[in-house]
Design a protein around this ligand. Structure first.
Ligand SMILES: NC(=O)c1ccc[n+]([C@@H]2O[C@H](COP(=O)([O-])OP(=O)(O)OC[C@H]3O[C@@H](n4cnc5c(N)ncnc54)[C@H](OP(=O)(O)O)[C@@H]3O)[C@@H](O)[C@H]2O)c1
Length: 253
């Protein structure tokens, strides 16, 4: 059994706790959080600590806290030369404290505490300083997912920037679409089959070939009608910028 301690009680920590509790070959022996009550719905209180000095010896320590405190948390561990990893898409492995062996265990998905995810399908990006530690991380990742990737800190940064475009920005565009629907007494649900087909299209087509719409056709009359329709200056700017990007991209074909 691989013994694991998790640090954190947020979105990622809670999903990892749920996944590890069900996983074969994994023994989640402890979770550190500053607010013990935030994990009582998932764990018996004996498994939750709020003092670093009570940390048990484990094969792996997974830091799943806000990006800007990863280094600070890693420096507080009262031990040396153990395997300590973080779960961030954007923080370099080197930012972990030098007193322990370093690695990264980055699950590439959007996690919210109250939204179930199936870990099986979530890509897990792994990085370690030494090969022996990679084998431990790989065994842990394989216990909860079928999609394991070896990814350097530089590549992970690129993945994270891509993820902001394909997840966070796309979701923001859903929000704009939702606002426009509300303003015009249209149920947002009417757009859901379109959203689903757009996402599923890239299973078989590269995004550049899946693109449709007035910008792809360079249909200037329709583009101007849309710009006249929009009253919100921010929405207009986003529309213009994305339209230009799609037109410029079309020239590459
Ligand atoms: N959410 C996602 O979709 C996602 C996906 C992949 C990777 N990640 C990465 O996973 C990590 C955690 O993200 P998250 O979404 O789970 O964050 P989150 O829900 O905001 O939770 C942040 C956690 O950090 C803890 N924390 C903050 N400051 C701390 C400190 N000084 N000492 C100890 N703990 C502290 C918080 O503890 P308290 O409750 O005590 O404040 C909380 O448990 C981040 O590195 C993030 O980049 C997130």
């Amino acid at each position: 059994m691989i013994k694991i301690v998790i640090i954190g009680s947020g979105n990622v920590a809670q999903h990892l706790i749920t996944a590890f509790k069900k996983a074969d070959g994994i023994d989640l022996i402890q979770v550190f959080t500053r607010k013990k009550e935030s994990l009582l719905h998932l764990l018996d209180s004996q498994f939750i600590i709020d003092d670093y000095s009570n940390m048990l010896e484990a094969d792996l320590y997974i830091i799943a806290v806000s990006d800007n405190v990863i280094n600070e948390v890693s420096t507080q561990f009262p031990f040396q030369n153990r395997l300590v990893v973080h779960t961030s898409g954007s923080i370099s492995m080197d930012e972990l404290s030098n007193k322990n062996r370093k690695g990264v265990f980055y699950p590439l998905q959007t996690f919210s505490k109250n939204k179930h995810v199936s870990f099986n399908e979530i890509p897990i990006c792994l990085e370690t300083e030494i090969e022996k530690d990679y084998q431990i991380l790989e065994a842990v990742a394989k216990a909860i997912s079928n999609k394991i990737y070896t990814i350097s800190s530089k590549q992970r940064k690129a993945i994270h920037v891509s993820a902001v475009f394909v997840c966070n920005f796309v979701n923001h565009l859903y929000q704009i679409g939702n606002e426009i629907c509300i303003e015009n007494n249209i149920p947002f649900a009417i757009l859901k089959p379109l959203i689903e087909e757009t996402a599923s299209k890239i299973e078989s087509l590269s995004p550049i070939y899946a693109q449709t719409g007035p910008a792809k056709r360079n249909d200037s009359q329709t583009i101007n009608t849309h710009l006249n329709f929009l009253t919100n200056e921010n929405q207009k700017e986003i529309y213009k910028l994305l339209t230009k990007s799609i037109i410029d991209n079309g020239k590459k074909l």
